[in-house]
Design a binder for this molecule. Sequence first.
Ligand code: IMP
Ligand code: MG
Length: 212
Amino acid sequence: MDKPVPKKNLARRAQAPPPHWRKEIESVLISKESLARRVRSLARQIERDFAKRDLVIIALLNGTVVFLADLLRRLSLPLRLDFIGVSSYGGRTESDQLVFTKELRLDVSGRDVLLVDDILDTGKTLSCVTAKLRRLGPRQIKICVLLDKPSRRVEQIAPDYIGFTIPNHFVVGYGLDYAERYRNLPFVGVLHPEIYQQPDFTSGKKASAPGH
Ligand code: IMP
Ligand code: MG
């Protein structure tokens, strides 16, 4: 029979990225199992809070796609879904100079909005989007983010649902990107700083450190 692996090693093994990602991903910050567990419990909370309400989920593109797809499948209550496309102009990681790449189509007036984003960092994106939404007269706007990085907050935003609060690392995976890559990782991982310090593979320019 195999010798039992000490718990300590199991935990360490679970934190190592799969071998083919090791050059780019420093460590696994949140495993796919933890993500699945947390999404289940967020969905339960949201179901309780929005029971019998006229719920409209508004997700921000593109970072929410994986999280949103998992969350939606766990929500068994009537809802409508729409998207807002928002992107930081020019920069690959900073959230200054927001441009809207897709506008909302659904009418949210008098309705209960759940705004979903991948990560709350400085808060500039969500404060801009909530101000825009408020002008459309919803009954209420609640905010759900998969990740919260409170250490870099500039705007006052208090999400109603937070998947995980994380330290000040640049993370990718489970929908989150760096220069549009890594969205397909099934876990949330910390990107090796060399990746954003090296000359940019898409433009040939030296990339800026992500939001730091
Ligand atoms: P904020 O406007 O500074 O709160 O930033 C929000 C947006 O910045 C997110 O929706 C992400 O697109 C991006 N962002 C911030 N931190 C990270 C990160 O660690 N990884 C990937 N994207 C991030
Ligand atoms: Mg985003």
